[in-house]
Design a protein around this ligand. Structure first.
Ligand code: ADP
Length: 487
């Protein structure tokens, strides 16, 4: 009998508690998938995985079953800071939540202010470790995600030799988005006792930043797709860390994200006008018409309805779509962009709606229910990301029968076989990074859309693809086992 592995999974966001983007989806579904996975011998042990996240204001009201658990102190230059820990059993998954002065801010999860965010996430990272010590729950693996929880990895690295409790804990730092390094948080790092790694092999400018320090410290560096694990090593995508990362190749790997099939299922989705499956795509048409009606567009079956669901940031190429739209003359199209983020992109989207009042809609907000109706009602989903570590919207789109039109990068390239490969294709990929490239890809897709039989086949292939966690969760299980073995 192999022993049960203890894994602490740390994240700044996790569905259903709080979700801003894909990290929320992943942290909200992977731990559950891993917990349900049966053991299969030494290389696939039972995993007792527990999730820990900040208790942002508002969460307790929505989850009244959350119970106080303990108080722990985190060292700080100004004196010990008290963290209050809470616990919830979420369908069998133990979830710890950490509250405390730096987390009580009413603002958004990521305020964009490095002082607020630095204090919040470094406090959360170190309080999480103190809670484990208090509970005497010694993790075999600490699985951190992005810069927000990288400080915990670095703390273990620098204290492991003298700290009996964490001396056998192996660490994973998973990168969901490399350019977010935790810039300008050095004061908070210092105040919480995390000293720069002077003299290390990290580039000098990175020796005090949370994500690079986590990369330096982690036993294993993971990304969320094999494609991005390679791209991260190049100057174009390496955020200045590519040379360092190339020298660390043996520690780096990529495991593709999955989605939770029961969370994203057009046959059961309560937010849709009409539920449907790959077998009855005619019912899907009801969703297209209802979406057109909801948006105040003409109920036109033949209009090629393009959707986009995105954080409005440069990475996601919203500007390319805005440039592409005026180039679609001669085509019968509708377009809806649902997103929020950078003000200039929001404003430019609104202007385009004014320019094309009969065709274009800019829905500037975060709206989970509308996102689902867009996946179900659009013909195609635009995903022209400049880089995409994995991307979930393409998987959700395919599952809902909306055909992705995406840039051939990172996880998008890993998950969408282009139409040119025919038999297995589920979408359209393009290389360029401007409006003309997007417009050309839309025209290529629109041609196929004109042939209902071929379009349906494309939709069905996407809908039948398995994006569940099953395969990837096994890979995590293997990795945890291998890491625990060597530690
Ligand atoms: P990222 O993590 O970079 O934002 P992903 O494609 O991995 O991108 O995940 C995005 C997730 O966030 C998807 O579940 C998508 O549906 C959701 N999402 C993004 N923007 C919005 C929005 N404005 N309203 C509702 N859901 C959104």
């Amino acid at each position: 009998m192999s022993k049960t592995l203890r894994v602490l999974y740390m994240a700044a966001e996790a569905d259903p508690f709080v979700k801003v983007g894909g990290l929320g989806d992943v942290a909200g579904s992977l731990p559950g998938a891993l917990r349900r996975l049966p053991a299969a011998g030494q290389s696939h042990p039972d995993v007792d995985i527990r999730l820990i996240l900040p208790l942002y204001p508002g969460i307790r009201d929505r989850f009244p079953a959350i119970e106080p658990l303990a108080q722990v102190a985190v060292s700080h230059a100004s004196g010990p800071m008290i963290a209050e820990a809470f616990q919830l059993d979420l369908d069998g998954l133990i979830v710890y939540l950490i509250a405390g002065p730096p987390i009580s801010d009413e603002g958004p999860v990521y305020s964009g202010d490095p002082i607020i965010d630095g204090n919040k996430f470094i406090f959360f990272s170190l309080a999480s470790l103190e809670l484990m010590r208090h509970l005497k729950w010694r993790p075999d693996i600490l699985h951190a995600n992005d810069w927000h929880t990288a400080p915990a990895v670095y703390w273990i690295h620098t204290n492991k030799r003298k700290d009996a409790f964490f001396s056998k804990t192996a660490t994973i730092l998973q990168v969901h988005n490399l350019p977010y390094l935790g810039q300008d948080t050095q004061d908070a790092m210092g105040a919480f006792g995390l000293v720069p790694a002077r003299g290390s092999t990290l580039p000098h400018w990175a020796q005090h930043l949370p994500l690079p320090l986590g990369l330096l410290a982690a036993d294993r560096i993971l990304t969320v797709s094999p494609g991005y694990a390679e791209e991260m090593l190049t100057p174009e995508f390496g955020s200045g860390l590519d040379e360092y990362l190339r020298s660390q190749r043996s520690r780096i790997g990529g495991i593709l994200n999955g989605i939770e099939p029961s969370d994203w299922d057009p046959a059961t989705d309560q937010d849709l006008y009409e539920k449907y499956s790959a077998k009855d795509l005619t019912r899907r048409l009801e969703n297209k018409h209802a979406l057109q009606a909801e948006l105040g567009l003409a109920l036109d079956q033949n209009a090629f309805l393009l959707g986009m669901v995105t954080r409005m940031v440069h990475q996601k190429g919203v500007d390319m779509v805005l440039e592409a739209i005026p180039l679609l003359n001669g085509l019968n199209w509708h377009c809806v962009i649902l997103g929020t983020g950078e003000r200039p992109l929001e404003a430019a989207s609104r202007r385009l709606q004014e320019q094309f009042p009969d065709r274009m809609r800019a829905e500037i907000r975060y709206d989970g229910a509308l996102s689902r109706r867009i996946y179900a009602g659009s013909d195609a989903l635009l995903i022209p990301s400049r880089y995409e570590p994995c991307g979930l919207t393409q998987m959700i789109a395919m599952r809902y029968g909306s055909v992705p039109i995406a840039r051939a990068t990172g996880g998008l390239r890993d998950t969408i076989p282009d139409y040119s490969v025919q038999k297995d294709s589920t979408g359209f990929l393009f290389d360029g990074d401007d409006g003309a490239a997007v417009a050309e890809a839309v025209r290529r897709a629109a041609q196929v859309f004109g042939d209902k039989r071929r379009w349906r086949a494309l939709q069905r292939r996407g809908m039948k693809k398995d994006f569940s966690w099953d395969h990837s969760a096994r890979r995590y299980q293997e990795l945890y086992a291998a890491l625990a073995e060597t530690n």
